[in-house]
Design a protein around this ligand. Structure first.
Ligand code: SAM
Length: 332
């Protein structure tokens, strides 16, 4: 199909199309009409622009070792119109290292909601924008959530460019169960808040992952020991991908002593991983709360009735509670 036909279909009868094409060929106006068709193609019937919107790329950057920068991340950062960065002074050094001169604009937790509109305007105008944080994957304990939300609700494609992430790197080498895990981010800075949060996940069977600041690591391990118990397996993953990378796995009490005895372990960036809860022998996995309810009811009711009621209250299987109650009765 010639360019001429492509512009006239649906507008004129076929014989008219052929006649007009012949005329235009003669007049050498094909190029002009093709141009007009292209302009028309980006404008809908009502005249509103249907030009393609840009793409928001969420780009992971290294967490220490610059060799972890992916080839795709470099290509995207060099190719977009603008980079939204958590800290432009930090990211400019990364870009300079790789010889990239794409303009940067700040997108941090204090301006993200307001400035997000500015990035959105650029995206809706058809510009591609990349989002980066200081290190690792944006949005993972880093800014970017509001911008990604805004972009998605405005119909802007959001594309991840995966790479380094401290929690995943730590988990991949920690030797704790990795089939199921939960990420708790940063714990509250003060002991009372921290312990309250730890209490909420005390009986969590999946591997637990926390980010922690170096100046709080000792207090944090002390609180973990107090809440989870001295024997719970844990791993401290420090300075991952950097010169002084350390992954130390010990029961919580020993890990606390190890860090307390070496001030170097209280420096740098760290991830703490804690093995998930498993039921102490005899409890058969009903958990301390179900055990408490069962014990209270057993003191007042026959075994079968106590197990049934405890099951209704706690949601734990009746048969399991019955077995636990039976074992307990045998022991007494
Ligand atoms: N977005 C980042 C990511 O994808 O991992 C996390 C940013 S968060 C503000 C910074 C925290 O991540 C640090 O306090 C530390 O807990 C953890 N972290 C970052 N880099 C690390 C590294 N090289 N080794 C160990 N932990 C690291």
């Amino acid at each position: 199909m010639s360019p001429c036909e492509s512009i006239t279909i649906g507008l004129l009868p076929r014989s008219g199309v052929q006649l007009l094409c012949a005329l235009l060929r003669v007049l050498g106006l094909q190029c002009l009409l093709l141009f007009q068709w292209q302009v028309r193609a980006v404008t809908d019937v009502a005249g509103a622009s249907t030009a393609p919107v840009g793409t928001l790329y969420v780009v992971a950057t290294p967490i220490g070792n610059l060799d972890d920068m992916s080839a795709r991340a470099l290509k995207v950062l060099a190719g977009v119109s603008l980079i939204a960065a958590e800290d432009t002074r930090h990211s400019i050094r990364l870009l300079q290292h790789f010889g990239i001169d794409t303009p940067l604009a700040a997108c941090h937790e204090h301006n993200e909601r307001d400035e997000g509109g500015r990035f959105l305007t650029r995206l809706l105008a058809g510009d591609d924008v990349a989002l980066v944080s200081d290190a690792g994957t944006p949005l993972i304990s880093d800014p970017g959530y509001h911008l990604v939300r805004q972009a998605r609700s405005a119909g802007v494609p959001v594309v991840p460019v995966p790479g380094a992430c401290a929690l995943i790197a730590a988990l991949s080498a920690a030797g704790l169960p990795s089939d199921r895990f939960i990420f708790e981010g940063f714990l509250p800075a003060k002991t009372a808040g921290r312990r309250a949060r730890l209490e909420q996940v005390k009986e969590e069977p999946r591997t637990l992952i926390f980010y922690e600041a170096p100046h709080r690591i000792l207090e944090c391990l002390a609180d973990m020991q107090a809440v989870f118990g001295a024997d719970r397996p844990a791993v401290l993953a420090r300075e991952i991908t950097k010169t002084f990378e350390t992954l130390k796995g010990l029961p919580l009490s020993e890990l606390h002593a190890f860090v307390a005895g070496d001030s170097n372990q209280q420096r740098g960036e760290c991830v703490v991983l804690v093995g998930g809860w498993s039921a102490p022998e005899g409890e058969q996995g009903i958990g301390t709360e179900a055990q408490r309810v069962l014990d209270l009811l057993l003191a007042e009711l026959p075994l079968k009735r106590a197990a049934a009621l405890a099951s209704e209250i706690t949601g734990v299987r009746k048969n399991l509670l019955y077995q636990v109650a039976l074992e307990k009765q045998k022991e007494q």
